[in-house]
Design a binder for this molecule. Sequence first.
Ligand SMILES: *Cc1c(COP(=O)(O)O)cnc(C)c1O
Length: 400
Amino acid sequence: MTQNVDLPRKHLFDMPEGLIYLDGNSLGMLPKGVGARVAETIEQEWGQSLIRAWNSAGWMDLPRLLGDRLGRLFLNAPAGSVSVGDTLSIKVYQALTAAMKMRPDRSVILSDSNNFPSDLYMAQGLIQTLGQGYRLETVPADDIESALSEDVAAVLLTEVDYRTGRRLDADRITRAVQDVGAVMIWDLAHSLGAVPVDMTANGAEFAVGCTYKYLNAGPGAPGFIYIRSDLPDGVQPALAGWMGHANPFAMDPAYEPGPAAERFRIGTPPIVQMRMLEAALDVWDGVSMQDLREASLALSETFIVEVERRCPGLVLASPRDPQRRGSQVSFRFDHGYAAMQALIANGVIGDFRAPDIMRFGFTPLYIDQADVMAAVDVLERVIVDRQWDRPEFQTRSRVT
Ligand SMILES: *Cc1c(COP(=O)(O)O)cnc(C)c1O
């Protein structure tokens, strides 16, 4: 058995009674301070200060201040290099567009054929916009380095695979990409708050991510974009909006980019969502990412050992080497969808990703070893008693 390195932070979350939540990698749990912050934002800032709140409550600066906080807490990125806003998909598009403009004599975007669909759709859409001669090339993640060439302008990869939890060697790949003169963009959707990230050491030009997964900022929470601090002067953002202008209230008909990452702002920021993120980040004060990583691996390891011992038919889809995993564990099972429905009906929430992946996220701030053992007890009953075979677990909902 792995040693117990639980992080005692459950008291900071509003946890539903009798539920074991192994889906914090899709939508994090509600931190206690969020509701009060939302109420204050609506009643005091909006209700009482009205338009004045853009200045008096600091609304205008939230995208930069929250970006700085993400940079400090999770990215080892200097102030000014991270901007919060929009959705991750849009931030992918902005990073890709900027990267293509930085390498005007090259024509290829290279990505992982198993990358998250939205990342690939954004690349496809951009390629169509750029027109003839440009193309998106996808290969399995393990073949990225051998697919590099001097035609490649930008490489877009997700560090931790959303299906299997496989974690790439980001530092090695970034070096290889930059060695052929291409621009590296990391999607950190399943990294932030799950594994230690150091953008300064990594040296990639761009990173993007979201905040509703391991960062617990709630449904619809804003995404972010990081740009290496020596770069912004040469970068004209796509989707340039007035909030990314050097001086939005000059109402200048000509676009002039704002400082550093702020140029990636587009339109009016969703202030309530930003306040939700701000409150959600409070639970991270004083958390060492090394401790978190250790706790996450201990939870994942317990889960793998126990599931393999007690649940026949489930095949590990995640890498066995803990260093090659993020903070989730996936198993393949032919009846995975129905089995997950049965599990949820028994109070253990994970999720399902087509075609046959049962996915379990381990979020050490609110999941401990006892939860993992209890979850495996339930899973064992679902599998051994063939609960997945019941008719009520066969119908698919829109969101799996
Ligand atoms: C979750 C996730 C997304 C989702 O993008 P949204 O625009 O926030 O819906 C995109 N890419 C990856 C890799 C993800 O894991």
